[in-house]
Ligand binder design. Structure first.
Ligand code: NAD
Length: 366
């Protein structure tokens, strides 16, 4: 029988993206050498690195190749070198193009608090101890994409700026399906966040969530208005397990939730799309950017990237056990007091990016 085989595209990008991608690669190479399945890793250019090489933040050839892969891992893009370029040509456009072309409509942002880092959060330890929640944000529609939009002149003294918050029932249905499926694999609790009391598009959002819930009787569905949800997230975040919400509400709530965990260098994410044939496409990346202020110094924290690798094993390769091993290894390294500079305090052991990658690998080997 032929062994399972997966093609993974790794796009380090710019700045610290290159440093943390190296650590991800090291981990995947080792797992691949021990696993019963095959992993083929292809390295590609994106962002500023791709502008320098091909004159565009994402070349058509790269897009074609990554389309064929089973999962995409991205470091980070951007940096001062390309900041003065036209908006359409900037590194960040490469990232947006991947999301759009692959129709990655579901953005997963977990907020997990590792006990050893509990003091890094601005919230009280008892509020966040053991926190493990997941925000699923709709990523390709809503007010960020709705038409009409623009700034128009009313008269010499007055202008109007406008955007449109629009969702079709099909768009809501597909994110609802993803959210219910994910809730089924966790604690079977799903909270849908909207503003159905004042926004018709989210009134429809709520109706479709309720309709979809009929297919998932085991999932306990609740609804919350976004203003209340933002308050509840800092008051008692552990009341949630999976939250599903619109593009803009998710943008804001996931940043708020990320601060519950204390550090940007610890936050992974996934953007997932499912096409009409039921095939899954997904990109995994840390939440942070290319950190030009520390790039090239070997001090960046690779853990967000490593945790993104874990998400990839869980959601694209269906290897939840490996994902759990990666999470456990990160937890254990932190418990032993190892820290990169961003999460360092005096009584701990300071490691470089490379050393932190090695420590996680050592834990997994054990
Ligand atoms: P940033 O996330 O790159 O950095 C913010 C701060 O957090 C910096 O002080 C940085 O040193 C620190 N930081 C970030 N990640 C870290 C890590 N892994 N380890 C240790 N410290 C870390 O955000 P920024 O400075 O606003 O943006 C820098 C560039 O990154 C810009 O060009 C921006 O457009 C781009 N960006 C890219 C992405 C992406 O690729 N997904 C996301 C955000 C920003």
């Amino acid at each position: 029988m032929q062994a399972e085989s997966y093609n993974i595209s790794i796009l380090p990008g710019d700045g610290i993206g290159k440093e943390i991608a190296k650590e991800a690669r090291k981990l995947i190479d080792w797992i691949s050498s021990k696993a019963t399945f095959n992993i083929h890793l292809d390295e590609e250019y994106v962002g500023g690195a791709s502008i320098d090489k091909y004159g565009t933040p994402l070349s058509d050839e790269t897009l074609k190749r990554i389309r064929q892969s089973d999962a995409i891992l991205l470091g980070a893009v951007g940096g001062p070198k390309w900041e003065k370029m036209d908006f359409e040509k900037r590194p960040e456009r490469g990232l947006l193009k991947i999301r759009k072309e692959l129709d990655l409509f579901a953005n997963y942002r977990p907020a997990i608090v590792f006990d050893p880092l509990i003091d890094s959060s601005s919230l009280k330890p008892e509020v966040i101890k053991g926190l493990d929640i997941l925000i699923i944000r709709e990523l390709t529609s809503g007010i960020y994409f709705g038409e009409p939009r623009g700034i128009e002149k009313i008269n010499d003294k007055n202008y109007k700026g406008f955007n449109t918050l629009v969702y079709t029932s099909k768009e809501i249905e597909r994110i609802a399906e993803v959210a219910f499926e994910t809730a089924m694999s966790r604690s079977k609790k799903l909270c849908s966040v909207d503003k159905a009391n004042v926004l018709e598009s989210t009134e429809l959002w709520r109706e479709v969530m309720i309709e979809t819930s009929k297919k998932y009787p085991k999932v306990e569905l609740s609804h919350m208005y976004v203003d209340n949800a933002s308050m509840q997230l800092v008051r008692n975040p552990k009341q949630f397990d999976v939250i599903v919400t619109t593009n803009m509400f998710g943008d804001i709530l996931s940043d708020c939730a990320s601060m519950l965990t204390g550090s940007l260098g610890m936050l992974p994410s996934a953007s997932i799309g499912i096409n009409s044939n039921g095939q899954k496409k997904a990109m995994y990346e840390p939440v942070h950017g290319s950190a030009p202020d520390i790039s090239g110094q070997g001090v960046s924290n690779p853990l967000a990237m490593i945790l993104s690798v874990g998400m990839m094993f869980e959601y694209s390769l269906n290897k939840k056990v490996i994902a759990e091993k990666i999470n456990d290894a990160v937890r254990s390294v932190l418990e032993k007091g190892f820290r990169t500079k961003d999460i360092y305090s005096e009584d701990k052991i300071l490691l470089s990016t490379n050393e932190m990658g090695d420590k996680v690998l050592e834990e997994i080997k054990e």
